[in-house]
Design a protein around this ligand. Structure first.
Ligand code: ATP
Ligand code: MG
Length: 559
């Protein structure tokens, strides 16, 4: 299979840290159009935030911070049926966890419902909006296509008085859902379909999580967004590319209302697409609701809550966002860059210890029965001065990783096999001279002898023994370890969950063993298990009785 060259995280100069956006902002400040910078992050509370939102958060709050300006958090809560306070709470938690603090208090588009309604009446009075009786299907029919102009609705020329009367009665709840809408009167022949009399209000008799049953008409996204930005004195409204064609409408609304200048300026950037995962909120919701994964914080998801539980740090996510830059065109980012940011962040700060995920018992026959020896091993082997040592116990019975032994090892397998020798990390050389099997022929135990010096049975060059990890059998701690991997097996999933999801995104190791020094670990503590990857004691499930670790990331990428 050939893979086309995928976007690297080395952004073009003007895309680094959103520099093309910064150039616009600099121009606007120099010209005196704006005195200061005020951005906003406007999530719709209809799901949990994901790594794509993190990109938008880093951009908006980053610019607010760098220009000594302000950044608002605004819930774009105009769709009553899909929204929920659970999401409002999780979004605030996630933004804070990423390391950002919003200006003042959380804002809500729903706080502007009165103002938005007033503005709509103003548009009607100016002859710039009308109540339409076409059904949704008819509206679609009348809209035309990319190549053909639309046609005017038969209701387009209602008088201002009639429009006002009908709009007020819409608000009073006199008409059923979908029977009428309020539309902007712009141009049904516009080459930009967004300007073909877009809807401003629709009837929706639904309970809203903040305004209750006060409203039965709800404002549409584009209309709400421009006015909300303007109310909050936003200077630069940064949004994803699919809104590029909506920008004329964004500007039209404020122009039509004679909104005082300076008005907010919309600037578009490319949304993040990350390989082997999905960003669509609808699909993420499906994964959660249909139990493909175990809740919004299942460590395999790209949600912030899941990445946090997986053990990613906010620093790593910010580093990733920084490195990928802010592009002007849509692209896919390799999963590798996310993992690399995590490794780069964890590497200097995380202690190295040993754990065995799939234990294979080794009896060291020339080690005296009942005797133990304690020695110490450094937490940071590459930087011996950095941290203290931890004690490690050697016993007659130890566990090694089952994958480090093969009955009939091929040439390139340098680890343990019958007649071979390896070095136990921080310990002795062991030489395997016997193998114990069960009735099915499965290897259940190795019989070895130890020595302080190598004896030339190693499988590496010149009999050089490989180094493997191990834990003592009696004094190690039993743990369950979950090895997480990519959720999808195809790099650019389209959303066919049954076909595209990977079967190995979670491998449970219920019999794992940890070295004794991991006895008092608290939830949320991170370690490198040597040779295996970075791991975190699970925030939700880890206890002293049932130690539970998640793999954050492997040590090497599989690009
Ligand atoms: P919806 O389809 O529900 O609108 P959304 O992903 O756009 O989904 P919002 O809550 O509207 O979700 O997003 C909040 C902000 O985050 C928006 O400004 C949006 O442009 C930005 N955003 C969303 N997804 C991404 C992404 N993948 N990359 C960068 N920014 C994103
Ligand atoms: Mg959106």
């Amino acid at each position: 299979m050939t893979t086309e060259k995928i976007n690297t995280p080395v952004p073009a100069d003007d895309e680094r840290a959103g520099n093309f956006i910064r150039t616009f902002i600099d121009e606007d400040l120099e010209s005196g159009h704006y005195k200061s910078v005020h951005t906003r992050f406007p999530p719709e509370p209809n799901g949990y935030l994901h790594i794509g939102h993190a990109k938008s958060i880093c951009l908006n709050f980053g610019i607010g911070h760098d220009y000594k300006g302000l950044t608002n958090l605004r819930f774009d809560d105009t769709n009553p049926v899909k929204e929920d306070v659970e999401y409002v709470d999780s979004i605030q938690e996630d933004v804070r966890w990423l390391g950002f603090e919003w200006h003042d208090k959380p804002y809500y588009a729903s706080d502007y419902f009165d103002k938005l309604y007033e503005c709509a009446e103003e548009l009607i009075k100016k002859g710039l909006a009308y109540v339409d009786d076409l059904t949704a299907d008819e509206v679609r029919e009348y809209r035309g296509t990319l190549t053909e102009p639309g046609k005017n609705s038969p209701w387009r020329d209602r008088s201002v008085e009639e429009n006002l009367d009908l709009f007020r009665r819409m608000k009073a709840g006199e008409f059923p859902d979908g029977s009428k809408s309020l539309r902007a009167k712009i141009d049904m022949a516009s080459p930009n379909i967004n300007l073909r009399d877009p809807a401003l209000y629709r009837i929706r008799k639904a309970h809203h999580h903040r305004t209750g049953d006060k409203w039965v008409i709800y404002p549409m996204y584009d209309y709400t967004h421009s006015i909300s930005d303007a109310i909050e004195n936003i200077s630069h409204s940064l949004c994803t590319l699919e809104f590029e064609d909506h920008r004329p409408l964004y500007d039209w609304v404020l122009e039509a209302l004679d909104w005082p200048v300076p008005r907010p300026r919309q600037i578009e950037f490319a949304r993040l697409n990350l390989e082997y995962t999905l960003m669509s909120k609808r699909k993420l919701l499906q994964l959660v609701k249909e139990n493909y994964v175990d809740g919004w914080d299942d460590p395999r998801l790209p949600t912030i809550a899941a990445l946090r539980r997986r053990g990613f740090t906010p620093e790593a996510i910010r580093l990733f966002c920084d490195r990928i830059g802010v592009a002007k065109r849509d692209s896919w980012i390799e999963y590798y860059w996310l993992e690399k940011a995590v490794r780069d962040d964890l590497n200097p700060q995380v202690k190295r210890v040993m754990a065995v995920l799939k234990p294979l018992k080794v009896v060291v026959e020339n080690w005296p029965e009942g005797e133990t020896k304690e020695f110490s091993a450094p937490y940071f082997p590459d930087e011996p001065d950095k941290m203290p040592f931890r004690p490690l116990t050697f016993e007659r019975e130890i566990y090694i990783e089952a994958d480090d032994f093969l009955l009939d090892p091929p040439k390139k397998f340098y680890r343990l096999g019958p007649g071979r020798e390896v070095l136990l990390r921080w310990g002795y050389y062991i030489h395997c001279h016997d193998v114990v099997k069960d009735e099915n022929g499965e290897v259940t135990e190795l019989r070895c002898t130890y020595s302080e010096e190598p004896r030339g049975f190693g499988a590496g060059q010149g009999g050089q023994p490989a180094v493997i990890h191990w834990v003592p059998a009696a004094s190690s701690i039993k743990a369950r370890v979950r090895v997480y991997d990519r959720l999808f097996k195809v790099p650019r999933p389209k959303g066919d969950l049954k076909k595209e999801m990977s079967a190995d995104s979670l491998v449970e190791c219920p019999e794992a063993r940890l070295e004794p020094s991991l006895g008092g670990v608290k939830p949320g503590e991170r370690f490198q298990f040597e040779r295996l990857g970075y791991f975190i004691a699970d925030e939700k499930l880890h206890t002293a009785e049932t130690p539970t670790f998640n793999r954050i990331v492997s040590l090497r990428d599989k690009r």
